[in-house]
Design a protein around this ligand. Structure first.
Ligand SMILES: NC(=O)c1ccc[n+]([C@@H]2O[C@H](COP(=O)([O-])OP(=O)(O)OC[C@H]3O[C@@H](n4cnc5c(N)ncnc54)[C@H](O)[C@@H]3O)[C@@H](O)[C@H]2O)c1
Length: 265
């Protein structure tokens, strides 16, 4: 129970990885504010957190809206009195597959950047004064293997997830004197609602023309992953729980991949 009595906020907590992270934090003893724009999905996750015997609150917040981020922090503080851990997990890919990148439109880039980069900035900014005042905090940003491997099919997403890594280092430096750690996790390939949407889009692209998206996913995993297996939300949750714990108190500004070896070094 290395997170006993800690309070976490997880964005995109109704999604595949966000639920995995929320549950891992709860299993280690944390109460979890599960936030998402999809309230029903967030409720499902929150009830699993409560089944672990931990407190949970669902807050609807769009991470691209500054006032929503401020209200989310406020709601967490009102319910639990403090916020020790923030996981900036909410994210999405654009509406069009790249290849070539000229397939994509300005609005695809704007939307990808707003959710994946501006969201973590706004929410980190909203929670930072509280963490600085208490001289305690852990911020974990969810980037992607796409940032480390330059995923050609998703140029908007790849660029945004690289920006998340840069944001992680900049905020880590600013917050280090206040005993606040900021790190990034790059998940590999996880069959979540994210891939349920992405695989058919790739399959429909003329360069791929695949009929069975799930099979394509498995084949991609095999060809891109030295360990020959997909990752799971639980894999990401284990690392998030470690980074959120005091065992990781001297780790900050780092990017750690959980990808079966897809991006080494
Ligand atoms: N699934 C993968 O293979 C994979 C790989 C690498 C990185 N990632 C990253 O992991 C994170 C979680 O992905 P996932 O696989 O769980 O996807 P998911 O689609 O299952 O979950 C994403 C969640 O974010 C929420 N969300 C979207 N826009 C939002 C907004 N503006 N404000 C608040 N919430 C919003 C969605 O409602 C959804 O519940 C994302 O940042 C994604 O980019 C996923």
């Amino acid at each position: 129970m290395r997170l006993q009595d800690r309070v976490a906020v997880v964005t995109g907590g109704g999604g595949g990885i966000g639920s995995g992270i929320s549950l891992a934090l709860a299993r280690d003893g944390a109460d979890v504010v599960v936030s998402d724009i999809d309230v029903e999905a967030a409720e499902r996750c929150a009830s699993q957190v409560r089944e672990q015997g931990r407190g949970s609150l669902v807050v609807r917040a769009d991470v691209t809206v500054a006032q929503d981020c401020l209200d989310l922090v406020e709601a967490g503080l009102k319910a639990f009195g403090k916020i020790d851990i923030l996981v900036n997990n909410a994210g999405l890919f654009g509406r069009r597959i790249g290849m070539p990148f000229t397939n994509q439109e300005e609005e695809d880039w704007d939307n990808c950047y707003r959710v994946n980069v501006k969201g973590p900035f706004l929410l980190s900014k909203a929670v930072a004064p509280h963490m600085m005042e208490r001289r305690y905090g852990k911020i974990i940003n969810i980037s992607s293997i796409a940032a480390r491997r330059d995923a050609q099919i998703l140029p908007d997403y790849t660029a945004a997830k690289n920006a998340v890594l840069s944001l992680t280092r900049v905020t880590a430096k600013d917050l280090a004197p206040y005993n606040v750690n900021v790190n990034a996790i790059c998940p590999g390939m996880i069959w979540s609602p994210f891939w349920h949407r992405l695989a058919p889009m790739i399959g429909a692209h003329p360069d791929f023309a695949v009929e069975d998206p799930r099979r394509m996913f498995e084949q991609w995993v095999k060809s891109a992953t030295p360990m020959q297996r997909a990752q799971t939300p639980e894999d990401i949750g284990h690392l998030a729980a470690f980074l959120a714990s005091d065992e990781a108190r001297n780790i900050t500004g780092q990017t750690i991949c959980v990808d079966g070896g897809a991006a080494m070094g």
